[in-house]
Design a binder for this molecule. Structure first.
Ligand SMILES: *Cc1c(COP(=O)(O)O)cnc(C)c1O
Length: 236
């Protein structure tokens, strides 16, 4: 099979799985956004995905976003899904439509300030480390109320929802309580008094566990391996 056909089959399969998971949960498939994760994939792979209808893509390194944005311009809208270093904010802010990985107040303040300087209203999700894993970024569940209050005073920032990276597990069912917890936080904070904070996007679920995440209410799933195969990491 041609590589393009391989990707086409995988996109079809993932979309079918999304549809079925949505139906199992009594949800409409259109409520769920598929964010293909293209990190480490070369431009020609993204071009193939573009031909198959991909218009948004998740990346986790600023340098890669800069390069890919330069190539694609407005044809593809990039989402920053990896930990964002504060000294890279200025470089990336006008090249992404959503930052999923807002994981500290200091970072949020930088995004807000630099967004203001550049005349932008950066859209962010708050990354919550639901499972409390040492190795992961994100604020704790307990920190969320205070974080929302602090973010509400930032004039340029727009909070669009929540994101989590669930633990790596053999059986995706093990992550169901993690997704359920984030969904409950999402619901609980939907009606809040803050003009710049909305709960529209619930970003959870990856290749291993997106069907469970959808059953538990995800509105956006971030999928790399199931679409593009195993990532090729270069030792750079
Ligand atoms: C790499 C990555 C993904 C995609 O992971 P797969 O298991 O390949 O689907 C999703 N979210 C984040 C934050 C990632 O870094």
């Amino acid at each position: 099979m041609e590589q393009l056909e391989v990707y086409e089959q995988r996109f079809l399969q993932v979309r079918r799985n999304i549809e079925e998971a949505a139906k199992r949960a009594g949800r409409r498939p259109e409520e769920i956004t598929l964010l293909p994760v293209t990190k480490t994939q070369p431009i020609d792979v993204l071009e193939k995905a573009y031909r198959l209808g991909m218009r948004i893509a998740g990346e986790n390194h600023v340098q890669e976003i800069v390069e890919k944005k330069q190539h694609f311009g407005d044809r593809v809208h990039f989402h920053m899904i990896g930990h964002l270093q504060r000294n890279k904010v200025r470089q990336v802010l006008d090249k992404v439509e959503l930052i999923h990985s807002m994981d500290s107040l200091r970072l949020a303040r930088d995004i807000d300030r630099i967004g203001g300087e550049l005349g932008l209203c950066p859209r962010i999700l708050i990354e919550v480390n639901v499972a409390g894993e040492e190795s992961k970024y994100g604020i704790s569940v307990e920190e969320l109320p205070d974080m929302l209050e602090q973010l509400s005073s930032l004039a340029h920032l727009r909070v669009e929802g929540l994101m989590t990276i669930a633990p790596f597990v053999e059986n995706p069912e093990e992550n169901r309580p993690v997704f359920r917890t984030l969904r409950q936080l999402f619901i609980d904070n939907k009606s809040n008094p803050f003009h710049n904070i909305e709960m529209n996007v619930l970003s959870m679920g990856m290749t291993n566990d997106y069907q469970v995440a959808i059953e538990e209410g995800a509105t956006l799933v971030r999928i790399g391996t199931a679409l593009f195969g195993a990532r090729q990491y270069t030792t750079a």
